[in-house]
Design a binder for this molecule. Structure first.
Ligand code: XMP
Length: 524
């Protein structure tokens, strides 16, 4: 296991993800973790980046004992400053100097220190890296050598001259650092000597056993499903473990995609045999959204209405179970993934909330349900492999993610049934054409947003004054950073023609060419 100490950077969990991608198990823990309290012995330690400046009075610091363990240490960004501070660069040597964006790093070969260049094995002599930092090292800590530099950072990468301690200013976990993954692999596999044997096969049996022993012989479990990958995989695992004692609920909130509710019924209910009930609450949701334009308010309204509907259904199921003599509902299933877990254990509360997500909260407190979270150790790609192994259809596994608040945050401004209809129809055509062109899997997420502006057009001899559809398509592996997808122009042309001709109320289609950061994937 590689231990990653989280100093609060937005990117901390990406480090974990990247390392797991090549089969090495790693754990992300708050930077305040005491080494003596660990229940495992790490083979290496990574210190993450941080929103703090190392010179801040309340700047977080790692347990100094990490340096006594004798295992390899890699400091990233703030982690580099932390090493610098611990190893004697002194606080005066840490200058405030912001740098954000791409940089070219030149490797510096140090033949007299053999372990130093192991970090950059198979990395090009000049490599593109991603910088995002406030501080930089102003002088080299004692006993360290330079292994990489950029135009603005003389100490972009350093290594201790006798111990396997490394510091890098750039972020290898962000895909913008082209050879970042190689650097992390070199560290975890070659330098820390971790084996790459973390796989999904072993996970299924272990998890089904765990669910059975937690739920027991008679308890029942309730859980919401959405038709997305996470809730479906969690539901199939539950079904395999406890059969019909797992009760799945699909809440139709009126802002799902075209025909989505029907599809979920067919796939989860009919094909996968999950004990599923569907609650049509579209009117409730849409009436509460009336007149609301603020994106966060929309999210809150949908989140609260969802809890209300789901709770009422859970109470009904509980009463039915009681009446029929089958076990009471004791657990609530949640498809929580590792990134959500990490977010909630961060050392000073969650890292800055960019948007409020609604899938956690005070759900069912009065029923005193215990949470059961079979996916809490997994990242998204791991959940997909698991889903395929569990026999979930390919098109569901590869379905683009869809936000809980659904089309409500893709109809910008007020959400009315008419606006939802326009966005829904445009989105359907868009996705259909993407699939026809064979591009669906290449794109990580695509959708159509309805903008709250009107523009002038001409159709036949008539002047029109209608709405605008914005097409969004991004490529990403982590959804923290994303690039806009480069469509062949002929496909965009066909999509635009079809939407303008087939969707009433739209006379203009635009394509969104913004990357994340600084934009986000959703428009609201
Ligand atoms: P952003 O817009 O923050 O989106 O770049 C990143 C990913 O998160 C999804 N998303 C949400 N999912 N509830 C959800 O369940 C939400 O409120 C929400 N907001 C964004 C988004 O679709 C993308 O995949």
């Amino acid at each position: 296991t590689v231990l990653i100490l989280d100093f609060g950077s937005q990117y901390s969990h990406l480090i974990t993800r990247r390392i797991r991608e090549f089969g090495v198990y790693c754990e992300l823990l708050p930077c305040t973790q005491k080494i003596k309290d660990l229940d495992f012995t790490p083979k290496g330690i990574i210190l993450s980046g941080s929103p703090y400046s190392i010179t801040d009075k309340d700047a977080p610091h790692a347990d100094p004992e990490i340096f006594d363990l004798g295992v390899p240490i890699l400091g990233i960004c703030y982690g580099l400053q932390e090493i610098g501070l611990a190893k004697g660069a002194g606080s005066t040597g840490l200058a405030r100097h912001s740098e954000y964006g791409f940089a070219k790093m030149e490797l510096n070969d140090v033949p007299e220190v053999p372990h130093a260049n192991a970090l950059f094995k198979n990395v090009e002599k000049t490599t593109q890296v991603w910088m995002s930092h406030g501080d930089h090292l102003d002088n080299l800590p004692n006993d360290f050598v330079i292994i990489g530099k950029t135009d603005t950072s003389a100490y972009a990468a350093i290594a201790h001259n006798s111990e396997p301690i490394y510091g890098i200013q750039f972020h290898p976990e962000v895909t913008h650092s082209i050879e970042g993954k190689t650097v992390l692999r070199n560290f975890a596999v070659d330098i820390c000597k971790c084996s790459s044997n973390w796989t999904m096969d072993s996970f299924i049996d272990k998890e089904i056993d765990r669910i059975r022993s937690v739920v027991g012989e008679s308890g029942s479990v309730v859980g919401a499903v959405s038709g997305g990958v996470d809730s479906t995989v969690a539901a199939v695992l539950m079904k395999r473990a406890i059969g019909d004692r797992f009760h799945a609920v699909l809440v139709d909130n009126g802002v799902m995609r075209l025909n989505e509710c029907q599809q979920v019924k067919e796939t989860l209910g009919s094909s996968l045999g999950i004990n599923l009930r569907v609650v049509d609450s579209s009117e409730l949701f849409l009436s509460r959204l009336k007149g609301v334009t603020d994106p966060e308010k929309k999210r809150k309204i949908i989140g609260n209405a969802f809890i209300e509907v789901f709770e009422s259904e859970a109470h009904k199921i509980d009463a039915e179970c009681e009446a029929s003599g089958s076990g009471k509902i004791e657990f609530l299933l949640q498809g929580t993934l590792y990134p959500d877990v990490i977010e909630s254990i961060s050392f000073k509360g969650p890292s800055a909330t960019i948007k409020s997500h609604h899938n956690v909260g005070g759900l069912l407190e009065d029923m005193r349900l215990k949470l059961i979270e079979p996916l809490r150790e997994l990242f998204k790609d791991e959940v997909r492999s698991l889903g395929l192994l569990l026999g979930i259809p390919d098109d569901l596994i590869w379905r683009h993610p869809f936000p809980g608040p659904g089309i409500a945050i893709r109809v910008l401004g007020e959400v009315t049934p008419e606006q939802v209809e326009i966005a829904r129809n445009a989105d359907y055509i868009y996705i259909e054409e993407i699939k026809k062109a064979g591009l669906y899997k290449k794109i990580s997420q695509a959708y159509a947003a309805l903008l709250p502006v009107r523009s002038v057009g001409v159709m036949g001899d008539m002047r029109t004054y209608e709405q605008v559809i914005a097409l969004r398509a991004v490529e990403t592996t982590d959804f923290m950073t994303a690039d806009w997808f480069e469509f062949p122009p002929t496909i965009l042309k066909r999509i635009s023609n079809r939407i303008i001709n087939e969707v009433r109320g739209v006379n203009r289609v635009v394509y969104d060419i913004s990357s994340k950061p600084p934009s986000t994937i959703e428009w609201e």
